[in-house]
Design a protein around this ligand. Structure first.
Ligand SMILES: Nc1ncnc2c1ncn2[C@@H]1O[C@H](COP(=O)(O)OP(=O)(O)OP(=O)(O)O)[C@@H](O)[C@H]1O
Ligand SMILES: [Mg+2]
Length: 248
C-alpha cells in the first residue's frame, strides 16, 4: 500500500521524475488551498529530501491546519499502515513525490491516484524528458487521457520564450490537458519560505499568479466532481461504448 485507502478520498499526486520541475511548490500550494477551503487536507511527502515536510514545519500554528505524513521517516514503533493513518475529516490528500521515479515505483504512485498533475518546465531537455516520461505513464498506469485524471502544468515559465512555445506545441500534440501556465515568480519562493501558499498571501502581491493557480484548483474540483458522479452512477452494461467526455 502506497496511499491510505478510503472511498471518499480525493488523491492528487504531483509527479515528474525530472528534479526541480516544481512538484513540491505545486503540491504545497494545492495543500494550502484545500486547508483554507476545508476540511483539513493531508499532505504526504514521499520525497526523502523532505522539502514538503520542512514547508509544513515552517507553517505558523495560526494558519489553517494541514495534516502531514512523511512515510520515509520510518518509526520503529509504527507499522506502515499506522503511519499512513488519516484524520477522519480529511477528504483531500496531496502527494509530493521524489525525482527519478520509474518502473514499479511510478506505477505504485499513480495506480491509486484520482488525479495526477505533471509540472513541466519549458526547456528543451525537460520537454524531451517529459515526452518519455508521459509515454511511460500512459503505458504503465494505463491512464485514460480523456477521463480527467492526468493533466500538465507548465511551471516556472517566462512569457513568449521559444521554449514555452515548444512546450505548448508538444503538449497539444499529446492531447493531454494543459491546465495552467505558472510564471517564474518570486511569489512562489516567498510563500514557500513562510510555509504558506499563494492563496494565503495578500491579493495585491499575487495578482499576476493567482489566476493560473486557480485554474489548477478548478481542474482538481472538476475531477473530484466527475469521480463522484462516476461512483454514483449505475455501472455501464458491458459491451456498450462509454460516452465520450469532452475536455475543457
Ligand atoms: N513558479 C515558480 N517560480 C519561481 N520559482 C519556482 C517556481 N516553482 C518552483 N520554483 C523554485 O524552483 C526550485 C525547484 O522547485 P521544487 O522544489 O518545487 O521542484 P521539485 O520538482 O519538487 O524538485 P525535486 O525534484 O528536487 O523534488 C525551488 O527553489 C522553488 O522555490
Ligand atoms: Mg520536490
Amino acid at each position: 500500500m502506497v496511499y491510505p485507502h478510503r472511498d471518499d478520498l480525493h488523491k492528487i499526486v504531483v509527479l515528474n521524475p525530472k528534479g526541480g520541475s516544481g512538484k513540491t511548490t505545486l503540491a504545497v500550494n494545492i495543500a494550502s488551498y484545500f486547508a483554507l477551503r476545508g476540511p483539513m487536507p493531508t499532505l504526504i511527502d514521499y520525497d526523502p529530501q523532505g522539502f514538503a515536510t520542512e514547508w509544513l514545519l515552517r507553517r505558523a500554528t495560526n494558519r489553517p491546519v494541514i495534516h502531514g505524513i512523511a512515510p520515509h521517516k520510518r518509526s520503529i514503533h509504527a507499522t506502515r499502515s499506522w503511519q499512513l493513518r488519516l484524520p477522519a475529516e480529511t477528504d483531500t490528500v496531496v502527494i509530493d513525490t521524489p525525482a527519478a521515479l520509474e518502473g514499479s515505483e511510478l506505477h505504485d504512485h499513480t495506480y491509486e491516484a484520482n488525479c495526477i498533475i505533471v509540472p513541466i518546465m519549458p526547456s528543451t531537455i525537460d520537454i524531451r524528458n517529459a515526452a518519455k516520461f508521459i509515454a511511460d505513464l500512459l503505458l504503465l498506469a494505463q491512464i485514460e487521457r480523456h477521463n480527467r485524471t492526468l493533466a500538465i502544468v507548465a511551471s516556472r515559465t517566462r512569457h513568449n520564450t521559444r521554449a514555452l512555445k515548444q512546450l505548448m506545441r508538444f503538449l497539444s500534440s499529446l492531447r493531454i490537458p494543459i491546465i495552467a501556465i505558472l510564471r517564474d515568480s518570486q511569489c512562489f519562493v516567498r510563500a514557500a519560505n513562510e510555509g504558506i501558499g499563494l492563496h494565503e498571501m495578500p491579493a495585491y502581491q499575487v495578482r499576476k499568479d493567482i489566476g493560473q493557480l486557480n485554474l489548477v484548483m478548478r481542474w482538481i474540483e472538476q475531477s473530484r466532481q466527475s469521480n463522484r458522479s462516476a461512483l454514483d452512477s449505475p455501472p455501464v452494461p458491458t459491451g456498450l461504448p462509454l460516452p465520450g467526455r469532452p475536455l475543457h
